[in-house]
Write a protein that binds this ligand. Structure first.
Ligand code: PMP
Length: 388
């Protein structure tokens, strides 16, 4: 029996062997010509994946929280007004983070499973002159997705910089950064972009770069300061070596591979594939009578799902049973309902067999936990959708 388990949490995800291979090759110099080429190629491909041909990409060693910090510290000065649209744990984190840079942080918070209505955001914009707004495209704690389009439209109308936390969405959910007018979109390597943890990846619009250029005070974060990183990204972009902080050499080589795989699939195909997988998974859970945190399909993410345990099923025991079936899932993350739901990541390289294996394991664990369902009912539903 295979000892290896399938990692179906919302990041880190399962990685392609082709991507893992550069992780074990001897580390080269960060100024070696081959590495400079790979770094430059990765920057170019990021613009294609983000659909932001005139964006400025950044690749920096760190986790997704560094990408959040980089956007905040470079664009916020003390006294600026910032608005956070929160659909879960990571919205709250963003508000805490922004408070390090300005005292004027407001938050509009959605109920679990819902989004903040766009009218409410506009009402808030009428009250104060905001410099920027942040929103979580897919909140990994609730599996709620925000439609970026109307938010970016409002940003344009009120001249507010829009920051999309795409840690659980970039390279999975549909994002057209430039066409939609999103100023900053960032992610972390371990999610749908499909590279082991350790890279913060961000693309800034020209409007965001201009706002940064017009700052009156120094950036209050030394490591994240674009004054340090922009010359490095420009140099690598021009295939020239440069140094500020040592890049995560092997991770960048892995990133180059993964971006090639993503672009080989094509962004349109990839968006469609995630939509189908997301739908198949949700419908499979519903077939077993499980409720999900997002209360409508319209606000349900395709990169992960967050079903509630059915009544009478003990979450801890259920996750243990699924693990014995060879599948690793994640527990809840939102403090007040943490023990009532679980999370399943289905993004990036996830394929049909991974999804069906996961659904099969959940179904067996539910039955073994006393939840009475017909064998195969979830798999049948998922297959119907995957085959359509
Ligand atoms: N934002 C979102 C939406 C996330 O899902 C995460 C990580 N799960 C983060 C930010 C923070 O990323 P990291 O854990 O890599 O710092």
């Amino acid at each position: 029996m295979k000892a290896r388990k399938l990692l179906m949490i919302p990041g880190p995800i399962e990685f392609e062997p082709e991507v893992l291979q550069p992780m074990s090759t001897p580390t080269t110099s960060h100024v070696a010509p081959d590495f400079v080429e790979s770094f430059g190629n990765s920057l170019d491909m990021m613009k294609e994946v983000w659909l932001a041909p005139s964006g400025q990409p950044f690749i920096v060693a760190g986790s997704g929280t560094l990408a959040m910090d980089m956007a905040a510290s470079n664009l916020v000065e003390q006294g600026d007004h910032a608005l956070v649209i929160s659909t879960g744990y990571f919205g709250e984190r963003y508000a805490e983070l922004l408070k390090r840079y300005t005292d004027n942080v407001d938050m509009l918070k959605a109920e679990h499973g819902k989004v903040v209505p766009v009218d409410q955001i506009e009402d808030q914009f009428k009250k104060k002159n905001y410099k920027l707004l942040t929103f979580t495209h897919v909140d990994t704690s609730t599996a709620v997705i925000n439609d970026p389009r109307p938010i970016a439209e409002l940003g344009k109308k009120y001249n507010v910089i829009t920051i999309l936390d795409g840690v659980c969405s970039v390279a999975g959910e549909e994002i057209r950064q430039e066409e939609w007018g999103i100023d900053i979109a960032f992610t972390a390597s371990q999610k749908a972009i499909g590279v082991p943890p350790g890279l913060a990846l961000l693309v800034a619009s020209q409007k965001a770069m201009k706002a940064w250029n017009n700052r009156k005070t120094p950036v209050a974060n030394y490591y994240a300061d674009w004054n340090n990183w922009l010359p490095i990204m420009e140099a690598y972009g021009n295939r020239k070596p440069a140094y500020f902080g040592t890049p995560a050499v092997n991770l960048v080589l892995a990133l180059e591979k993964s971006l090639q795989i993503i672009l080989r699939e094509g962004m349109e195909t990839r968006f469609k594939r995630h939509k189908k997988i997301g739908k198949a998974f949700r419908e499979a859970m519903k077939a077993a009578g499980l409720k999900m945190i997002p209360d409508e399909d319209r606000v349900s993410a395709n990169t992960l799902s967050a079903p509630y345990y059915p009544s009478g099923v003990n979450g801890k025991e259920f996750l243990q049973k699924v693990s014995e079936e060879g599948i690793i899932l994640a527990g809840g993350l939102i403090a007040d309902i943490k023990t009532q739901y679980f999370r399943v990541g289905h993004m990036g390289a996830v394929n049909r067999s991974d999804l069906l294996a996961t659904i099969g394991a959940i179904e067996s664990a539910l039955r073994n936990s006393g939840h009475k369902i017909e064998p195969g009912i979830c798999l049948k539903k998922a297959q119907e959708i995957l085959d359509s």
